[in-house]
Ligand binder design. Sequence first.
Ligand code: GLY
Ligand code: MN
Ligand code: MN
Length: 461
Amino acid sequence: MIRRTGWTRAALVLVAVVLCFSIAYPREHEPNSSYAERRARLRAQVDAPVVIFGFTGKEDASPSYIFGQEENFYYLTGHNEEGAALVLLPDAGLKPGATPGKSNGGPKEILFLPPRNKQQERWNGPRIGFEDADAAQKTGFATVENFAKLKDALEPLAKAYADFYTLLPGRVENGYPHRTNWNNWLRTNFPQANLKDVSQPIAAMRQVKSATEMVILGRSIDLSADAHIEAMKMIRPSLYEYEVAARMVYVHMRGGAEREGYAPIVGTGFNSTLLHYNGARAQIKDGDLVLMDVACEYSGYSADITRTVPANGKFTPRQREIYEIVLAASDAAIAAIKPGVMSGGNTPGSLQKIAMDVINSRGKDKDGNPLGKYFIHGLGHPIGLNVHDPGVPGRALEPGMVITIEPGIYILDENIGVRIEDDILVTETGAKNLTARVPRTVEEIEKLMAEAKKNRGKERD
Ligand code: GLY
Ligand code: MN
Ligand code: MN
């Protein structure tokens, strides 16, 4: 047991002081014009002011916390610092009889920032303050105001408009209740305003990536692909799962990623059958399959890649059979991608059904049953600022969407878990597999692993 000496008490106080602040990781940024264009598009869709709050930096109290902006706020501002708010004004939607005031003749968009705090900056580095002469140039907002004036700025808007659009919590929030807290702030200060949810219009925009966004998401995908190739080259019996995970995280960080897109999943043998296994403590054994679902977050954007490889570099006949069924399901789904197609759902022509039909029509389990019952999750999801990016339910695919295709079969009593997950850009005519260069076929995987083994010699084999 650790005893609390005077020194440890002092250290705890210091830690507590440090925890009051969080590090804002510098991100690669799209041009300010990209964020401005999104704000203009959102303003054109709403009939009342939009009020969105950034994170405060106190959402997470753990020492490993690295500040990452509230995604919707970031999507519209590109501002990755604490304690900000965004107000957007529509052209339409005044209350009947209301006088168009400053709100309608004045700025259509305002970024609210806290003032500079020199003491705090000694800990965390410089921030952009509302009072900075270059705040407008840096943020791309013509009007940058003191966050402390937000309430005053909203007063006339609450008189002129019946509604405010903001991020409503919807269901109970997981973790820190950011939306609930700010909703309460709005309700307390503007009880007459009807709060409406702006999540869906923003989700709809986020679903279709812009060219400048693709540069950053592409970097995240490329780093994650590099990590998978490195992992395949190193995997062999006797390594521990955490050694593989560590190598992949190293490749991400070396390339400038700020963190993982999600906790790395490296599962060997039975662990390959556990969908979100994060244990990473087992030793890889000869004859195991090793499943890696690992990808980074680069400048806010997450990739999502899974590969499954034989520990010793050669699939057994049964492993190969299951692997090639999963691969056939993936290939069939990717081949069917084009604008207008549905990804999820069990309707004819949906990607989910195409993949399931392949899995159900080939191979059997030990009892002679079809394998569909071992494909127990959705076929895919959008990626972007979140590894599980939001989307509009029931929306068909459109050019510019980036989705995962990730069929899997998990047979517990055979210690076989296979998932193959690729990141796919929907194009005007079909699909582009952005992770195709990470070996996918049995032949590609066995070739890469055999070459790596040759180069490695006898080390730890
Ligand atoms: N890595 C989580 C997922 O594939 O959805
Ligand atoms: Mn996924
Ligand atoms: Mn994944």
